[in-house]
Design a binder for this molecule. Sequence first.
Ligand SMILES: NC(=O)c1ccc[n+]([C@@H]2O[C@H](COP(=O)([O-])OP(=O)(O)OC[C@H]3O[C@@H](n4cnc5c(N)ncnc54)[C@H](OP(=O)(O)O)[C@@H]3O)[C@@H](O)[C@H]2O)c1
Length: 327
Amino acid sequence: MVNIGIAGATGMVGRTFLKVMEERNFPVNELYLFASSKSKGTTIEFNNKKYVVEELNESSFDKPMDIVLFSAGGDLSKKYAPIAKEKGIVVVDNSSAWRMEDWVPLIVPEVNGDSISKNKGIIANPNCSTIQSVIPLKPLNDRYKLKRVVFSTYQAVSGSGVAGLEDLEKGLSSTYNNIYPHPIAYNVLPHIDSFLDNGYTKEEMKMIDETKKILNDQDIQITATTVRVPVKYGHAVSANIELEKEFELDDIFTLLKNTDGIEVLDDLDNNIYPMPILAEGKDKVYVGRIRRDFSIKNGLNIWIVADNSRKGAATNTVQIAELLLNK
Ligand SMILES: NC(=O)c1ccc[n+]([C@@H]2O[C@H](COP(=O)([O-])OP(=O)(O)OC[C@H]3O[C@@H](n4cnc5c(N)ncnc54)[C@H](OP(=O)(O)O)[C@@H]3O)[C@@H](O)[C@H]2O)c1
């Protein structure tokens, strides 16, 4: 049994942590919930017991915690994760604040769970679209070696937390945008996170850099276009892949079907393929539309869908915490 803290407990990911921990019977002894001053004193139920939310501050980590799960945004992770680490509490962080630090393991348990052994006090949970993408890419890289990958994403508004859901819901009945630069209802925005000098968005660079780090392969050529779509839960990724080695399509199907964490949904005669409404609330990564890219040698197209709030965030984080317990 462990003492666990959650920073950002009232948020979309924070609440999903609690749901996932209940479902997986995560062995919680004491539970400490933190959020902003706005939520101080509110109660949240976990395993039929009510817990009072406290305001996150420097002294939060004086409490006897073993692990703290952070999902309160990058700035707060940057500020508070070192304080928790200093007190001997292991941080599993959902933001992008620590992911690309050399000494910080960036973990998808099905892909590189063994890097938990490099834990030095802060472990990072990857970007949501990256998590679902590396799960099918890993066996393809191991067997055929990835030469180039072109990611195009279709990302749900819940990826921006409760505020993203609000922009979509309010926008359905009026022209409304608060956190997005344009209305998201009845629209599509080729813009996730801020723009960089190279013309990419931060989200696109996260997919490129994090994929290479998780697969431990800097040679793969990767590009990405990340797009926000008016879907509540579930990100979709089209991955156009060029492999080094020749392949038989049947072998690709078999390989992906036998990969931990994946369910292949690909029955064209019956219009069966992965969609966000099928993935919502589930922990699997759904892969379909598996077909050759005839335009290049050893080309392959796959379509990858997962619930961003679960496998893309909370479930992956709780799995990392389970790795810590088993270690
Ligand atoms: N949504 C996703 O699919 C997803 C996926 C992967 C990673 N992430 C990352 O997870 C983090 C949280 O995302 P989310 O979607 O859960 O956002 P959210 O729904 O907006 O929740 C944000 C949480 O942070 C807390 N918070 C805000 N300001 C705070 C402050 N000054 N002090 C303490 N707590 C504060 C909020 O508390 P109050 O309720 O009191 O304001 C709330 O609990 C972000 O870093 C995000 O990038 C999200």
